[in-house]
Ligand binder design. Structure first.
Ligand code: UDP
Ligand code: MG
Length: 329
């Protein structure tokens, strides 16, 4: 029995690479007895990409194409592609020929050792040194701030069990964090070294601000995966610290004021002490954060009625699963 795999390819202006990528994928399918479904997602290209996809789809029944109305970003393109994918295994691969399709058997054999996601690791990365260092810093930050330790979080070449995409919502810049988001839903994450090649045509589709965007998305992902079910744990902690700092400052100034009145009438007047201003500011900020935390908790509590808090791996005995099921911790 051939192994059924959906290949999802997000692309932005990659016309010169598409035919070669298609041919490479076919030779991998043939050599390994795979049955491929190839889903090209055109993320708002302005070159000939879509015409080539149409041509490939006309020649080869395995090829499907999704054309987005404009450039929505790689995460949205992946979401559109995986939504169409039908096979039990899904490979995502960049369209620029930097990822080597002949690594698919390697990813698959790693997955079979007990994972739901296998992330490629471009150990010998063929990109400029500035990109390699930026990526090292980014991976270090993600590894420090999340529970998922990988060498190469942002590698576009990954293998998934399809059900991962029933649980993980991809938008914005979240394509950099699929393993983190998947792990937060209980999927098991592995990695495998993959061959990486220099870009053949054109330049990277991302500008110099990708690090900043990545960092902001990292903060959002940390909040969503760590605190979205209990926002007060974060907001409340910061708020309480600020509030207690403010109270301490006020108590200190009250003692100072009493001492000044009774023993040292020539001390600096109270309104000239910056501590007073800082304390009042800290009290206000603390109260605001605590109140915001309660509001956020209220929103989460209401949302529970509609969305699921947990993810089920498997079931036996044909139980009925309600999509609106919810539990408490
Ligand atoms: N890509 C996309 N939408 C975008 C940006 C990029 O679909 O808005 C695709 C791009 O065509 C390529 C993949 O995502 O297939 C990776 O992009 P790129 O090679 O520019 O990233 P890098 O390898 O520099 O990280
Ligand atoms: Mg690339």
């Amino acid at each position: 029995m051939p192994t059924n795999i959906s290949i999802v390819i997000p692309l932005l202006n990659e016309a010169p690479s598409l035919r070669e990528l298609h041919a490479d994928l076919l030779s991998v399918a043939e050599a390994n007895d795979y049955c491929f479904e190839i889903v090209f997602v055109d993320d708002g290209s302005s070159d000939q990409s879509w015409e080539i996809i149409e041509e490939l789809a006309a020649q080869d029944a395995r090829v499907k194409g999704v054309q987005l109305r404009r450039n929505f970003g790689k995460a949205a393109a992946l979401s559109a592609g995986t939504g169409v994918a039908q096979h039990a295994y899904v490979v995502t691969i960049d369209a620029d020929l930097q990822d080597d399709p002949s690594e698919i058997p390697n990813l698959l054999s790693t997955l079979e050792t007990g994972y739901d996601v296998v992330s490629g690791w471009k150990k010998d990365r063929q990109d400029p040194w500035s990109r390699r260092w930026a990526s090292r810093i980014f991976n270090g930050m993600v590894n420090t701030l999340t529970q998922v330790k990988l060498h190469d979080h942002n590698c576009g070449f990954k293998l998934y069990r399809r059900e991962v995409f029933d649980e993980v919502d991809l938008y914005g810049g979240f394509h950099r964090f699929v393993p983190v988001l998947a792990a937060a839903r209980g999927f098991r994450i592995g990695e495998a070294v993959v061959n990486h090649r220099p870009r053949k045509h054109g330049r990277s589709r991302y500008g110099p601000f990708r690090m900043v965007q990545g960092f902001l998305d990292l903060m959002t992902v940390c909040f969503l995966t760590g605190y979205s079910q209990r926002p007060q744990q974060l907001l409340g902690l910061v708020g309480l610290t600020s509030f207690l700092g403010g109270i301490s400052g006020m108590v200190f100034m009250a003692i100072y004021w009493v001492l000044r009145m009774n023993f040292y009438p020539d001390w600096t007047p109270l309104h000239q002490r910056p501590v007073v201003i800082y304390s009042v500011a800290a009290l206000l900020v603390g109260t605001q954060l605590l109140t915001m935390g309660f509001l956020a908790e209220l929103m989460v509590a209401r949302d529970q009625k509609r969305s699921r808090r947990y993810a089920v791996r498997t079931m036996v005995g044909n139980p009925h699963q309600s999509s609106s099921a919810s539990t408490t911790d």
